[in-house]
Design a protein around this ligand. Structure first.
Ligand code: NAG
Ligand code: NAG
Ligand code: NAG
Ligand code: NAG
Length: 435
């Protein structure tokens, strides 16, 4: 028993050192090593928590790698702060490096790539088919799940672990979320907000909420109808999907951005081997496969500091204050054997078939984002995903880009002042899943 434990600890420390997940939670679920906070979603006997994130080790890690950080010199592109890089990956995309956008790992900056000491494939590189995405359909989707109003209280789980992305937040439980008024339901509309009344001192964590759907999604069409998203300096909201085993079951970020960003960033994070195909075939009758601006090509969490393979919407008002002032919109993510596509339909341009709950993607315009299965076999990289809404503050993304965001002061000072969080709320009409 003791020997086994020693072996497990040795093996994990080997993994940590080799792949740079030194400050992440690592656990073993149903025969798979799992890295990240998916561990803390598990409570069954099948999980053995072997390593826990430690603030100390994270800090040490950051300090020791900061000299080689790929996020050294911030620049601004299309109103969006992008930290630039001098790495060889720069030739892959018009942006040198997109920000560290994953919310699963507790690593930051260049930890993952810089501390990787071997070029051999990780132990999980040989992938079975796990996902079984449905075949493409032009129409005749069937509604399988519909969340509205109280459903976000009763049928979603409230995440209460420390933020894996080092944000200045304290995620409250369901009871506190309700009693503190951070989650409110009125007339079928659900508001999920960051505490906007408590004066803190600089560096303290502010109360916020992170929820995940109890039902899982494998393939189909996810449709989120929202009137507003949290926005402002220090704020990093996201609507995203993640499997139990991160990164084995993948991560799809449907809404994401930070600070004063005005365009939505849509990103996949996966095991090695999944890339975005920028020569993907357009859908019938369309001139291009997707309209957004491509960021990094590789979705592999072990490269480019786990930036993932992002696509930034070219639509003005697809993120932040502009999105809210325009009346919000509907985000649709279609996941089938062709790959993964995301449309952002802003208020005023939502297809009637979607409003009538009879989605017909074959009639929709060019998607903002598309990852073709030709270079990212979705059946191998994505499965059984929960949907997540969260709002964190500062941390690995909003904090890292704060100095180049045009926001005054420091990120921690911004968090301390409750008046900065009057617009830090999700206003959610519904989330639907079709198959
Ligand atoms: C682990 O296996 C059990 C039993 O087969 C299953 O119910 C559970 O969903 C699995 N957990 C994960 C995270 O795959
Ligand atoms: C909430 O939505 C349900 C249908 O989903 C509807 O029957 C009900 O009237 C709505 N309630 C309010 C207050 O709008
Ligand atoms: C959506 O846009 C229309 C104009 O196209 C506007 O009249 C309406 O107020 C907007 N909805 C919201 C919720 O702001
Ligand atoms: C989104 O929600 C609004 C408010 O309930 C509703 O009027 C609209 O029809 C919904 N749109 C879709 C596509 O579900």
């Amino acid at each position: 028993m003791l020997q086994k434990t020693f072996f497990a600890l040795w093996f994990l420390s080997f993994l940590s050192n080799a792949y740079g997940f030194g400050s992440s939670t690592i656990c073993f679920i149903n025969g798979t090593f799992v890295i990240g906070d998916a561990c803390s979603h598990q409570s069954s006997d099948s999980q053995v928590l072997i390593a826990k994130p430690s603030t100390d080790s994270a800090t040490t890690h950051k300090t020791t790698t900061s000299a080689s950080s790929s996020f050294a010199s911030p620049t601004t592109v299309n109103n969006v702060a992008i930290k630039s890089s001098s790495s060889s990956a720069a030739s892959e995309s018009p942006f040198s490096v997109s920000p560290p956008a994953s919310k699963q790992t507790s690593s930051s900056s260049s930890q993952i790539s810089s501390s990787r000491t071997t070029s051999s494939s990780p132990p999980w590189a040989t992938l079975p088919t796990i996902g079984n995405a449905p075949k493409p359909k032009g129409s005749s989707f069937e509604l399988v799940t519909f969340y509205q109003g109280e459903d976000f209280v009763n049928n979603w789980d409230y995440f209460t672990a420390s933020d894996p992305t080092h944000g200045n937040v304290h995620y409250v439980n369901q009871q506190d979320a309700l009693s503190l008024g951070l989650v409110q339901v009125e007339k079928n509309v659900t508001t999920i907000k960051v505490d906007d009344t408590t004066q803190l001192s600089s560096g303290q964590n502010r109360n916020s909420v992170r929820i995940s759907s109890k039902k899982r999604v494998t393939g189909g069409l996810v449709v989120a109808n929202i009137s507003a998203m949290p926005t402002g300096c220090s704020i990093w909201p996201a609507f995203w999907l993640v499997g139990d085993s991160w990164p084995s079951h993948g991560e799809v970020d449907i809404i994401e951005g930070v600070n004063r960003q005005t365009r939505n960033q849509i990103t996949l994070h996966t095991l090695p081997g999944c890339t975005r195909n920028d020569n993907a075939k357009p859908a019938a009758g369309q001139s291009i496969a997707f309209s957004g601006t491509p960021l990094q090509v590789s979705c592999d969490v072990t490269v480019n500091s786990n930036s993932g393979c992002g696509i930034m919407s070219t639509q003005a008002n697809s993120f932040g204050l502009g999105f809210n002032q325009n009346g919000g919109g509907v985000l649709a993510m279609m996941w089938d054997t062709m790959g993964i596509r995301v449309w952002s339909f802003l208020n005023g341009s939502v297809p009637d078939d979607l409003t009538q709950m009879n989605p017909t993607p074959s009639k929709w315009p060019i998607p903002d984002a598309y990852w073709s299965a030709a270079t990212c076999p979705v059946d191998k990289y994505f499965a059984n995903m929960m949907m997540v809404f969260d709002t964190t503050l500062c941390g690995d993304f909003a904090g890292a880009l704060f100095p180049s965001s045009g926001c005054p002061g420091t990120c921690a000072e911004t968090v301390a002042d409750p008046t900065n969080f009057k617009n830090a709320k999700w206003i959610i009409n519904s989330v639907a899943v079709y198959n």
